[in-house]
Design a protein around this ligand. Structure first.
Ligand SMILES: Cc1cc2nc3c(=O)[nH]c(=O)nc-3n(C[C@H](O)[C@H](O)[C@H](O)COP(=O)(O)OP(=O)(O)OC[C@H]3O[C@@H](n4cnc5c(N)ncnc54)[C@H](O)[C@@H]3O)c2cc1C
Length: 400
């Protein structure tokens, strides 16, 4: 842990990182590793690297950047993930199993509340068709891991009602898939706690410092911003939808596209929903979040009436009492999606100290990022599991 005087130094914006030499337009500061992007992905990796004794600088972008980490649903979600991609299924399970310990460490270091619960989660089924499709999907996922107890169990309406004694379910609800290891977290508390924890561990987070480019040097990399230039042995590109542009000059192709998700939030209600459900979750404060749409509309974060009415209509079919709830907010964010929906982790072949980390389940995978991905960056190599997430997999699919 850094000393109190180091904390004070950060509070006064005096960085403990070494200033090496003057330079027109900025100075060079050194770190072992610079992480580009202070969203959940970059912040979780930086937290993990600092915990392993590395000197880390995190640079975050401009106010107008897209930030999925501030717009998400907060689920730690295993069920349904990784069909046809067993490595994705495995790292999701691993991350969920490490989440509780990860949250404990973040809380201990940040000394801030981090509301999190992981006692199971529901995918509610309206009608027999949804129930059969969900049940078949769960069976296919279980078949990918013979010998392992399945993550999910299908519940008939009666069993579901017993699990949700405070809810009068809509008539069309026939049951649900229950994921034993699913859970939820307050995503904004998570992000803030990670930023504070990074600083308390002796790292730095610099907001409003968009990276213009990353230049390979004989010692590693120069990371150029309009204020300062940073030098580091390694660099991790975790800049969300901006990652492809930063990665291309380093010889890494990162095929990503945005997918808009809109979410509604109700007024605070008495606690009635003891488990998060995909599409419906009651937060610690009592609000109910309803979401999220999946829309291919490019880089557009508008909110729309049509999405609000679709989301609200489905929520009312599940829990008719929500008909009377007041909607107090609606927002949208852009998911960061690869062509197959699984993460992209990569290391540059040409410049081996450069790494990419990108995924569309950054909350769920936060524990894995702080552990597995941070270890890989330190080792300078992706382990066997992670190499399955290199973007070359898309070339193979194309040839097949
Ligand atoms: C509606 C919605 C619901 C979701 N629900 C869930 C969920 O329930 N569970 C789950 O696990 N995941 C969920 N996700 C996905 C999750 O939010 C993302 O996987 C995660 O936030 C991605 O984090 P990130 O750090 O990669 O990207 P971002 O949060 O987008 O952060 C990228 C950061 O990089 C910075 N940046 C960009 N360019 C530069 C630059 N040139 N220099 C420096 N910094 C730069 C930006 O300023 C930004 O802060 C959801 C997403 C959405 C949109």
């Amino acid at each position: 842990m850094p000393s109190r005087s180091q904390h004070d130094a950060f509070d006064n914006h005096a960085s403990p990182f070494c200033s090496m030499r003057g330079k027109p337009g900025g100075i060079v500061k050194t770190a072992d590793i610079v992480v580009i992007g202070a969203g959940i992905v970059g912040a979780a990796i930086a937290f993990g690297l600092l915990g392993k004794g590395k000197k880390v600088m995190v640079l975050d972008g401009a106010p107008e950047d897209f930030r999925a980490s501030r717009a998400n649903f907060g689920l730690i979600w295993v069920q349904g993930k990784g069909e046809g991609i067993p490595s994705y299924q495995a790292i999701t399970q691993q991350s969920a199993s490490e989440w509780d310990e990860f949250a404990r460490k973040v809380r201990e270091i940040a000394r801030l509340p981090l509301t999190m619960e992981q006692k199971g989660g529901l995918i509610l089924c309206l009608g027999d068709k949804e129930w059969s499709a969900r049940s078949a999907k769960n069976e296919r996922l279980a078949a990918q891991q013979p010998g392992r107890e399945p993550d999910t169990v299908m519940l008939e309406r009666d069993e579901l009602s017993r699990l949700l004694p405070g809810v009068r379910l809509g008539q069309e609800v026939v049951g649900a898939s229950f994921g034993r290891t699913d859970g939820h977290v307050n995503p904004l508390e998570l992000l803030t706690s990670l930023h504070v924890a990074i600083r308390r561990l002796g790292g730095a987070v610099s907001f409003g410092t968009p990276v213009l480019n990353v230049r390979p040097t004989s010692l590693g990399f120069e990371i150029v911003t309009d204020k300062e230039t940073f030098a580091a042995e390694k660099v991790v590109l975790a800049a969300g939808l901006s990652t492809p542009g930063l990665a291309a000059p380093l010889g890494m192709r990162v095929p990503l596209k945005p997918q808009r998700g809109q979410i509604l939030v109700t007024e605070r209600m008495r606690p009635f929903l003891p488990f998060p459900a995909s599409g419906l979750r009651q937060t610690g404060e009592g609000t109910v979040t309803i979401g999220a749409t999946q829309e291919d509309v490019g880089l557009d974060i508008s909110t729309t009436v049509s999405a609000a009415s679709r989301l609200a209509a489905r929520a009312v079919r599940i829990v008719p009492a929500l008909e009377h709830a007041t909607i107090v907010r609606q927002w949208s964010g852009l998911r960061i999606k690869s062509p197959d929906g699984a993460p992209i982790y990569d290391r540059s072949r040409r410049y081996p100290g450069a790494f990419v980390a990108s995924c569309h389940s950054g909350v769920t995978l936060a524990a894995y990022h702080a552990h597995g991905v941070a270890d890989a960056v330190i080792a300078g190599a992706l382990d066997d599991h992670m190499s399955a997430f290199a973007p070359e997999r898309f070339d193979v699919q194309k040839c097949a």
